[in-house]
Ligand binder design. Sequence first.
Ligand code: UD1
Length: 376
Amino acid sequence: MTRIVCVAGARPNYMKIKPVMDALERRGAEVVLVHTGQHYDESMNDVFFRDLGIRPPDRYLGAGSGSHAQQTGRVMAAFEPLLDELAPDAVVVVGDINSTLACALVTAKAGPLLAHVEAGLRSRDWSMPEEVNRVATDRVSDYLLAPSPDAAANLRAEGYREDQVHVVGNVMIDTLLANLDRARQSDVLDRYGLTRGGYGLVTLHRPANVDDPGALRGLLKALGEIAGRCPLLLPVHPRAADRLADLGVPDGIRLVPAAGYLDFIALQDSARLVLTDSGGVQEETTALGVPCVTLRENTERPVTVDEGTNVLAGTDPDRIVATVDKVLDDPPAPRCPALWDGRASERIAAVLLDGGTARTRPRPTDLVPAAGHGPQ
Ligand code: UD1
């Protein structure tokens, strides 16, 4: 039987790994779930396992918080002997967090084949830790599982072999579609006294937005103006909690604890608009057809702008307010990218399991940059 290690480490990983595990197990693979422990709080971790019905991890590495090097290094040091013990045929990593990169690097040197779910996304912003993680993880992966054609185009431009690149669709949307009916039964709107279409939902956690008080102050100023037109609800990420408490928030913005998966989908689904610096939220709003204004200068998910409901507003307060005014007056039409259809994980399982065991596949060769393109 093919043994596949699936890695999850932090909040945005859980909804990506769950459908992949299920699809692999449906096709007869033995799946071992390894949790790195990058996120560990009830509100960042446990509630997602409950909401999504993920079984308890088979192995827990307990890496916890720390600087990038500490966190990445702790995961690597704990994952290496575990991989040796488990001796899987393949390892699946998802997304772009430090745990993704750590387990990718260990796997590439240890021998099992490596599959990266969400390969090829590029913000071209090297100040984002996630961009470093994305590019480095792709570079050592055997299977590059891209959510959309733009991601595959990035990989081809960087010189990856055609047989490594597979456009499979978006696993996060598999989980969204599978849980939407349950999410719509959540009582979260009643609990917060909200009505459908009567509020805006905000998330902020990117280091560039929340670690620097000057940047956060500018964003809060913009949000305060927007709240005059549309009251805002802001579930707080632990990374931003202290700084928000220090600075205080303008009237019309309500801070609430970080939400669980089903509650947060319900909050997005009923929002008049969503303001965010998250990657996954840009995708979920596109799939739900809810207008999204992204509080960043760039996105690694341009398909949500070209074929979805996302509008990039940057971080300048005046531009944010002007963008939101435009979006509220004339919301983008709901559209959904191809292959965001709830079946991405099935395609991934087919790529990994069809055609014999993963061990028979060749390792990646050197990159062959296409004319005019080099690796970034
Ligand atoms: C990480 C990911 C980011 C992802 C985000 C989702 C990286 C580089 N970043 O960022 O891509 O979008 O998760 O949340 O991997 N903390 C807690 N409880 C927890 C986890 C964290 O209180 O369960 C606090 C700690 O003080 C920690 C801080 O949040 O220092 C940041 O956590 P960390 O995992 O380092 O990065 P995130 O900002 O969560």
